[in-house]
Design a protein around this ligand. Sequence first.
Ligand code: CS2
Length: 476
Amino acid sequence: MEAGLPDRLHHAPSGKPAGIVHLGLGAFFRAHGAVYVAEAMEASGGDWGIIGVSLQSPGTRDRLKPQGWAYTAVEMGPAGESPRVMTILRDVLVAPEDPQAVLDAMALPDIRIVSLTVTEKGYCLEPSTGRLNAAHPDIVHDLANPLPKSAPGFLVRALQARRDAGVAPFTVLCCDNLPENGRVLRGVVLDLARLIDPALADWIAAEGAFPCTMVDRIVPATTPADLDRLAAATGLRDAAPVLHEPFRQWVVEDDFVGGARPDLGAVGVQLVGDVTPFEHMKLRMLNGTHSALAYLGNLAGHETIADVAADPVFAAYAERLWQSEIIPALTPPPGVDLGDYAGALAARYANPAIRHRTWQIAMDGSQKLPQRILATIAESRAAGRDVPGLTLAVAGWMRFASGRDEDGAAIEVKDPLAPQLAALWQQDAGATVAGFLALTQVFPEALRRDAGFAGDLTAALSGLVARGARAMAAAV
Ligand code: CS2
């Protein structure tokens, strides 16, 4: 143990060392990255135990602590479920309760990777440009205060502590659904570091590593009914299980500080030189249609993606999005057939054991649409290709964000821009579209200036109001 560094986290309560701090200990990471890391340790050893950090609330920590940080990951296949006990977590910290403890953990020399799943909005960036939003309240706070609130703030202050202690930086492993996620996060961290200490920014730029990754596994939120069902099936009451589909994929740019990482290649992680084509494929084909089906399916009264996929109108709509609008705008990753990829997605969506609520996916649309849908629309229009199905999806988001469904009932809209979006809704579809297109943080400039797009979007929105989502999905 180096002098000056705390030792209280070196050995977690389990007595086993940790090599990774993970920011954003949600269900997705516990069902994806944590499983791969545990398998890599089983296959090839190494001290890669994980200290989880919740950046917002103590709920996960409080549920996991009495279980000694162990939890069940349950694979939900169409033919049945298979539980597996995960013991890779060494400790769980809650940042708002004790931000210094989080920084201390991140500064430990044994920690060689800090991974993140903090959702799109957790990076405090402008979704349309991918640059740091220096006016974000958490960033304003973190510039004025050495104990941070934001994920970029924790990364910068922990890297500062390591530099001051003469310790090499950790690899920053972004595992969120952002295009070029490592490069974007590097830009955000460097922008923030430069505002705090330009020499720190230079050190991070020279010594740090921010590999890009593509992550994929469908992991719906666990419900109280799931807890009861699992307890009845296994005889053990787990307060914090995660439920996931059988499929998983992780494509990682092999760029780690000093080459230090778990043996991910031994457990099926694809270690590649360029993740970008995989990211574009996944964000636009999976997440793009997920969002499209979530908005339109929710408006049409479908509760889950499996329900939407079982509705022939929406199954055909998704197929048209893939074949006629999304695939023509993509470069396939090496060795991948995009038609096969689309077929596999349709089968994954149809898995009846996965109850992934359309409402859950519809959350945070202002942060998701740019990379999932708007990028394809902008590129296609620039190339002279019509994209009516994706345009309808954008109109579906606008209608959803109004906070009223097709029967006039209230929708709970969760989005950092929710109040602003609801206020944009007007009787006149053209006026509503004009208001939305003025959102510089959401729409890329090319679409804001595209009168043809405004016209198509207005027609789609009028159609949604007059005929409903299902009829419109059938018609495009
Ligand atoms: C979903 C994703 O909630 C959402 O927005 O589209 O969480 C999706 O399930 C994952 O990216 C699948 O890998």
